[in-house]
Design a protein around this ligand. Structure first.
Ligand code: ZN
Length: 173
């Protein structure tokens, strides 16, 4: 670029007269390096994934679940007596209730290991369903709905694992 000696207008090197004052360019003009505006990519904003499911778990479902687990756990322990199965089922329910509360708090606080507790809860679901199956099979019945329940719990472990893995940048505490 050149700067016009007369008016100071900047112009392209190949111009013969100043586009502003029409002074003839004679080669004595000051040369300046053209200003480049380097392409600066916009900072990549990773779209924040939704948290509907996590919030549903953390603010509602896990608390309700904990309440239900406590009630059924206490019920099982009350009637357990010497029956090991009921004792086991009752304890699993109580542990699940505690895990539910921990998982809910960890989700609310966006903690890294929230996933672990949510998945552990579904694993506990499987354990209690297996115990219930063993109990009912000793009475000679076989409940298909329990098989379905186990399949659902296994799927939920995979789904939640995937869900929380995709939100590692949200659950960072
Ligand atoms: Zn000029």
């Amino acid at each position: 670029m050149r700067v016009c000696n007369n008016c100071g207008t900047m112009m392209e090197d190949n111009m013969v007269v100043c586009p502003n004052c029409l002074k003839t360019i004679d080669g004595t003009e000051q040369m300046i390096a053209p200003t480049y505006y380097p392409y600066v990519p916009m900072p990549q904003q990773t779209p924040q994934l939704g948290l509907k499911w996590a919030n549903f778990l953390g603010y509602f479902s896990l608390w309700l679940g904990a309440l239900i687990e406590v009630i059924s756990g206490v019920k099982c322990l009350e009637i357990a007596g010497t029956e090991t199965m009921y004792l086991g089922l009752g304890l699993v329910c109580i542990v699940a209730a505690i895990f539910s509360v921990i998982a809910a708090i960890k989700i609310i606080k966006r903690m890294k290991d929230a996933k672990l507790f949510v998945c552990a809860l579904y694993a506990l679901d499987i354990v209690s369903t297996v115990i219930a199956m063993l109990m009912s099979s000793s009475y000679g019945e076989f409940a298909w709905n329990r098989i379905i329940s186990i399949m659902v719990s296994v799927s939920m472990i995979f789904i939640n694992n995937y869900y929380f893995d995709n939100r590692k940048d949200i659950f960072i505490n």
